[in-house]
Ligand binder design. Sequence first.
Ligand code: NAI
Length: 328
Amino acid sequence: MKGSAGALGYNPCLGAAWGPHKVSTLMALDFTGRVAIVTGAGGGLGRLHALALAARGARVMVNDFGGARDGTGGSVSAAQAVADEITAAGGQALAHGASVTDLAAVEDMVAKTVAAWGRVDILVNNAGILRDKSFSKMSVEDFRAVVDVHLMGAVHCCKAVWPHMIAQNHGRIVMTTSSSGLFGNFGQSNYGAAKMALVGLMQTLSIEGAKYDIRVNCLAPTAATRMTEGLLPPEVLAVLQPEAVVPALLVLASADAPNRAIACAGAGTYEAAHVTLTKGVHLGSGADVPERLAEAWEQVSDRSGDSVPASGAAQGTNEVGQALAKRR
Ligand code: NAI
């Protein structure tokens, strides 16, 4: 193992509180010299991300507003406890109690990070709340509160670190999305919409950041935390060790991270999700296009030969290309 990862007494593979690991011949993911901000890191997955980054050499700003699962309440003590845990193990950490919904507080957190350590290499947008209800029973207020934390919280943090990452010509941003956003989940219309919005934010920031070596990715975890307590049966929660999500975060935050990926992780299995485009069918114009489209729907949605577009332009390119080809 190179770097200072082993020096903290954590398992450098996965962070604290994770059992012995097999000695690997693989190149270690090393974060020595890197500065990371992890939001919502006072507990759950964020805490483990912060511990693992610190164990591998990163200096970590531990953020958490310290509230309840639904976003009420708040105190800096949760973030401070995790920062203390890192410091006690020989790492470097600071705590900040900003709510990610408060742009001025987020700017203060980023300013304090840069003042302390001179840079910010990694942003993990992990803070989140839940206010589950079926859509018919959900208030607009509960919808907005969830969008505010997940989407606008990530926007605030990205906005505050972006100029530093551009100036450094280096940055790694991880958005925490969810299978509820990617694929839907009963009772989570607010949460799912906010989580899928993060995929949209990632798609464009990854394009805009590429020339500055800012890589932006999404992580969709499945883990037993207070967020999933009571939502999943105990025997399922037992295999969903939150530590098993951390390797995916480390890869997405590393120097050799992919760009524009949606990584999924849970219980030791790692997948990638994609937003794809089918080849489609050119139907041209005419009064009967609606009827022909209804008839051709199976072919339109046929996934053979589908692609993962490199940008939104791919859809128009395909459509115009097929239209022009028909004219030749
Ligand atoms: P958690 O509830 O333990 O952690 C969320 C943390 O975010 C809490 O410590 C909370 O105080 C903090 N937080 C909430 N609002 C905040 C705000 N406005 N400003 C700063 N901090 C705030 O839950 P967990 O499971 O660790 O969640 C972490 C992330 O992973 C969340 O974004 C969640 O939506 C996401 N996720 C979790 C899944 C799971 O299976 N546990 C599944 C899919 C996504």
